[in-house]
Design a protein around this ligand. Structure first.
Ligand code: GLU
Length: 462
């Protein structure tokens, strides 16, 4: 395994303060205000903990904009954390017990929404962090959803199609009473795909009498033949490129003149690569769990995609040279697109990186300590809650189409997506100007503003 393994707790000094966010540090680099909330809601004050890291960035934004205390408390923990264990018979006749999760972070703006990760290294804290990020992302990009996330601790590559079908259907049965087209709507994430979504929709429709007119609307990212939307498969990558096109001019960069590298060549990485290349940009280096490759004359993003689909990774791609991890990160490019897992840009990687912009296609790829280094090097980070919001935005369009029995054409999907991405980028820029902060903090402020308005109008029951 070369790189696409997330390395947790490697950076001993990652911190809020390290990110330039110190506001009266109370140890471990977290601000006093953040530590007060951590104590109140029972969060570990561990700077390496992904969930603590994620919430601390929100709390910094909350501090700057003066978010009421009760909202900081509400947002610092998810509403529900569901954990299930379920047995499945394997092809060899033996049973295995699987662990599944669904975390429902917040539903103030609408039903819980977010993907399902199928990965052998998925834990509750990861799922909590990702659910939290969905709340922020949906708020920022202006879709009427809250945030959720789920997953199964499983390596899909280790199972036959039949085994995966049984695992996915049995997981659906285990959480069926906790999801629904108007309550919690899952979608694909790392390791899951449209076939899995189809099995979930079918299982839910079969089990559920509460699905309404179209129970398949319980999930998005479905195949086109079964209620999916045109443009959903490429949507996250499309959103990454829409964000770049919107944000690059202020950095005096032109998409058609850009060079870029991509970390992770799955759905998000490959579509970002292909669409950015279509704008005239040149892909120089790519890495995934199988290896690191480079070609200074350019790697054709479509051709590499064909190779990866055939062989399972970038390794062995004949039209590029195999390089080391260090060479990959040190490759000089205009744009670096992390599109794999969380916490992959820590201090060592950030120290090596030689780019102008990081466009976060993955969720939470940069640790606070990594980000501090990027900032000190003058590298602009386009934060994930903005940059990768294209996926959930087109999921929203799919859900609307399901609920109204419509089928939009691709031009309409792309045009609507672009409107949402541009508006979210504008809101982020506005918050940056008003609060004189970095783009990540600004994106959180813009997201929190919408949540604050909703809570103020709704009030709190009872
Ligand atoms: N898993 C994707 C994300 O992290 C998409 C979620 C969705 O479409 O609901 O944004």
């Amino acid at each position: 395994m070369a790189t696409a393994t997330k390395s947790k707790s490697k950076s001993g000094t990652s911190s809020h303060a390290a990110n330039g966010h110190a506001n009266g540090s109370a140890g471990n680099g977290f601000s006093k205000a953040a530590v007060t909330i951590f104590d109140q809601v029972g969060l570990p004050k561990d700077p390496d903990n992904l969930y603590t890291q994620t919430v601390s960035v929100m709390l910094h934004a909350a501090e700057l904009m003066g978010l009421p205390d009760y909202l900081r408390l509400i947002l610092a923990q998810p509403k529900n954390e569901i954990m299930v264990h379920f047995p499945v018979k394997m092809d060899n006749g033996k049973h295995e017990l699987f662990k599944g999760y669904r975390v429902q972070h917040n539903n103030a703006l609408g039903p819980y929404k977010g993907g399902l990760r199928f990965h052998h290294d998925v834990h509750l804290d990861d799922v909590k962090s990702l659910a939290f990020l969905m709340t922020m992302k949906c708020s920022l990009v202006g879709v009427p959803y809250g945030g959720g996330k789920g997953g199964i601790k499983v390596d899909p590559r280790q199972h036959s199609k039949t085994e995966m079908e049984h695992i996915v259907r049995r997981f659906t049965a285990a959480i069926a009473h906790n999801i629904g087209p108007d309550y919690d709507i899952p979608a694909p994430d790392v390791g899951s795909n449209s076939q899995h979504m189809a099995w979930i929709a079918d299982t839910f429709s079969f089990l559920s009498e509460i699905g309404g007119d179209n129970p398949a609307a319980v999930i998005t990212g479905k195949p086109i033949e079964y209620g999916g939307s045109l443009g959903r498969e490429k949507a996250t990558g499309q959103g990454v490129v829409d964000t770049l096109v919107e944000m690059l001019p202020e950095l005096k960069l032109k998409p058609e003149k850009c060079t870029f590298s991509v970390l992770g060549y799955g759905n998000v990485g490959s579509w970002s690569g292909k669409i950015f290349q279509d704008k005239g940009a040149k892909m120089i280096a790519v890495a995934d769990h199988t290896g690191f490759i480079r070609n200074d004359r350019g790697i054709d993003a479509y051709d590499l995609d064909t190779h990866v689909k055939k062989t399972g990774g970038v390794k062995g791609y004949a039209k590029a040279t195999a390089i080391s991890k260090e060479e990959f990160y040190k490759t000089k490019v205009d744009v670096f697109i992390p599109a794999a897992l969380e916490q992959m840009i820590q201090e060592p990687e950030a120290n090596m990186m030689n780019c102008r912009v990081v466009a976060e296609g993955a969720n939470a790829p940069t640790t606070p300590a990594g980000e501090r280094i990027l900032m000190s090097k003058g590298i602009e980070v386009l934060p994930a809650i903005l940059c990768n919001a294209g996926g959930v935005t087109v999921s929203y369009f799919e859900w609307v189409q399901n609920k109204t029995f419509q089928a939009w054409d691709l031009e309409s999907v792309d045009a609507e997506l672009n409107k949402h991405m541009v508006k979210a980028a504008q809101k982020t820029r506005k918050a940056r100007a008003e609060f004189k902060c970095d783009l990540r903090t600004a994106a959180y402020i813009a997201a929190l503003q919408r949540l604050k308005e909703a809570y103020e109008i709704r009030g709190l029951f009872p």
